[in-house]
Design a protein around this ligand. Structure first.
Ligand code: GAR
Length: 225
């Protein structure tokens, strides 16, 4: 039996790249339905570029500062994605707002991770805002990217408790650990064709677990111990 061809994934980053590294790690598994073929940053100094290079993954920089308009930046970004043969795009700490036109070109094929339980706390400073709001549960969300900022259909969420002594850093670290589990899980499902965007929702086709499993990794069969 021939192995199923793995989906080609490009990761978009702007900084540290720890989620990118988690996606790469799962991508090394022989049973993984995706492979990371490129890491693209809008910032030349993004730390994640070094991590990708050390793992022999192709990298590119499309510096938004070099363009007059968002559309011009996105045109080159799109061309760069195509040049790597990307079939799926994973935004991992990619801190650029995208136009509806660009998003449409990758509709159903572009994922993002956001450090809150959406639709709560869209935008920036999510951990500070969670602490200010006094929520007892916080977390992260992987969703399909749509033109609405942090508003796309939810694929997987991971929840963590907010503890009495938490400051922003402690809470961010706890959420980040769950990010590293749910992002590979979500990308795995999309790459395998088990999850897709339909009618404005993320439909879990053949999701081999009960609905509760959508809430939080670890999920059986997914390398997220
Ligand atoms: C992550 O916490 C990610 O959820 C967040 O940026 C961080 C990137 O860290 N993304 C956003 O805030 C997007 N709105 P990483 O570079 O180590 O993956």
């Amino acid at each position: 039996m021939t192995a199923r061809r793995r989906k080609r994934v490009a990761v978009l980053i702007s900084g540290r790249g720890s989620n990118m590294a988690a996606l790469m790690e799962a991508g090394k598994r022989p049973d993984c339905p995706y492979e990371i073929v490129a890491v693209i940053s809008n910032r030349p100094d993004a730390k994640g570029l070094e991590t990708a290079q050390a793992a022999s993954i192709a990298t590119a920089v499309v510096d938004h500062k070099a363009f007059d308009s968002r559309a011009a930046f996105e045109e080159v970004l799109h061309e760069t994605l195509l040049s790597f043969g990307a079939e799926l795009v994973a935004c991992a700490g990619f801190m650029r707002i995208m136009t509806a036109g660009f998003v449409q070109r990758w509709e159903g094929r572009m994922l993002n991770i956001h450090p809150s339980l959406l639709p709560l706390f869209r935008g920036l400073h999510t951990h500070r805002r969670a602490l200010e709001a006094g929520v007892r549960v916080h977390g992260a969300t992987v969703h399909f990217v749509t033109a609405e900022l942090d508003g796309g259909p939810i694929i997987i969420q991971g929840a963590v408790p907010v503890l009495p002594d938490d400051d922003e850093d402690a809470l961010a670290a706890r959420v980040l650990r769950v990010e590293h589990r749910i992002y590979p899980a979500a990308l795995w499902q999309v790459a395998a064709g088990a999850c897709r965007l339909k009618g404005g929702r993320a439909i879990m086709n053949g999701w081999p677990f009960d609905e509760e499993a959508r809430l939080i990794a670890p999920v059986a069969n997914i390398p997220l111990s």
